[in-house]
Ligand binder design. Sequence first.
Ligand code: ADP
Length: 623
Amino acid sequence: MSKKKFKTEISQLLDLIIHSLYSHKEIFLRELISNSSDALDKLKYLTLTDDELKKLDFDPRIDINFDADAKTLTISDNGIGMNAEDLDTNLGTIARSGTKNFLSQLSGDAVKDSNLIGQFGVGFYSCFMVADKVTVTTRRAGEDQAWNWQSDGRTNYSVDETEREQQGTTVVLHLNDNGTEYTNRWSIEQLVKKYSDHIAFPIFLEFDDTKFEGEGDDRKEIKEHKIEQINAASALWKKPKSDLSNEDYNEFYKTIGHDNEDPMMHLHTKAEGTQEYTTLFYVPSKAPFDMYQADYKPGVKLYIKRVFITDDEKELMPVYLRFLRGVIDSEDLPLNVSREILQQNRVLEAIKSASVKKVLGEFKKISDNNPEKYKEFIEQYNRPLKEGVYSDYGNRESLLELIRYKSTEEDGWTSLAAYKERMKEDQKGIYYITGDNESTLRNSPLLEAYKKKGIEVLIMDDEIDEIVAPSIMNYKETELKAVNKSGSADDLKTEEDEKKEKDLEPVLKKIKDVLGDKVKEVKASSRLSDSPSCIVADEDDPTMQMQQMMRAMGQADMPDIVPILEINPDHAIVAKLKDASDDAVFEDVSFLLFEQAMLVEGQQLKEPAEFVKRLNRVMESAV
Ligand code: ADP
């Protein structure tokens, strides 16, 4: 007998599941059935493609039986099965990186954590909510040795050799007090109907039917042993929409999406004509945990004529739509497609491109007809859509209608279209400011003149905006302009400004001499009203935030890009500076104008101690 310890994160997970999912404990059955269904899918595929397994006499099915006296519930399938190694990796460690990430996000606060776990598929381990011992007897298709895995769901599990007549997996739950309610025909039938009706394989329940015969003293109880199919066993996506209720769609989502919550929306499409296929897509109500991980698990499964082909193909959908869950079922692809062929298959390419259009069209419909729902959607998926603007040139136009921004004029989210509607008649562009903190941005001196003139500015505080916004260039012939770049203020410039700039030139030159190569240029500003100074990036340089981001992404050796310092000609300090006779004071004030502009932008000063000394000198002379 070989006893092994669970990896620590599993113990942690088990503990959490047991303590936080009690109100949903019945989902264990859905999870086990879903695993069996996946195992049947996998074997079915192999019986069509693998020469050895083609010979297998395979009649896929799932069997459930229970024993009320022994307090056991058994779920069995004749699917792909597992060998000892599979058992170790699948049931002894947490293979999915999303799970690890999930665990790293746990706060220790039971309520918060149980909300978290609700969004996350708990899979096999959910059975420990209703059982205090679980045994798994399994044999992998094509192998002779069978294995017995056993655990109490605490710290240890064991794996031993055993025998099994056929390939497949049998899970026996030794029920605890929370599980005994599942040892009757009615509760199991009800759960299967609710959660697993449209699993594509038949689920059979074994039970004793009790009947009474005769009258009076002759009345006899007759027990009859029965095995009945208890689910519809039809691929849900193949049914006509009119036969499916919202609930049908939602329950199916939970089975394939490994999620305990209802999805935000679904989109069911049947295409006929040159290409025949069915797609059923879901958008989870919360963004998947691994959405921002390079090794995210794709959520769309490929079927060919209802035969499962793969659920691990990132090419099925563009990367920016990686949050989608669902099914693509093609009638035109050959069943024995290899992975290489899949990746450059024209049929699949056509399905993909039509699906993307369909999905984006659906998002647009929601944004037009259901603003409340669209808001929920945007809070989860704005960022991937922005990635799409950057990466999917073909659908750029549609994506530009879908993304949303915060703004100085409107509460909540606004679209580029709505901004354009609100633009002033002589306004020269769509203005935006980027940075990582909304309140810093809203208070930035760069916005002063825009505020004064009543010009709306989009507030972009998502780091991806730094890359995406400049790439947009134009929205319907209107240029997008970053207000933290030098050129954008030229739009605001009046003749008067130009005159002031001339007057200020000697002072500007003097400040530049003091600051040296700390700044690229010192200019008179036409965008400031209350603040004496601000910094901007030169037109073709990355902004300060962009530089910070690139450093955070590991580009440590990026050369320092120096900003342009802009000075407010109308500010009292600047007016006095013109007449300053004391060189030391001029120097302090010049530095402070630069340093305060850096600080307001949320930048760190290179020499904070020098800054403080200067500040103190100026304060001393003021008091
Ligand atoms: P998930 O199904 O989300 O991957 P689970 O914890 O439910 O996570 O299962 C872990 C893994 O164990 C599965 O991915 C699968 O490889 C394996 N497994 C579980 N149940 C079965 C089964 N009935 N037959 C074959 N493999 C199974």
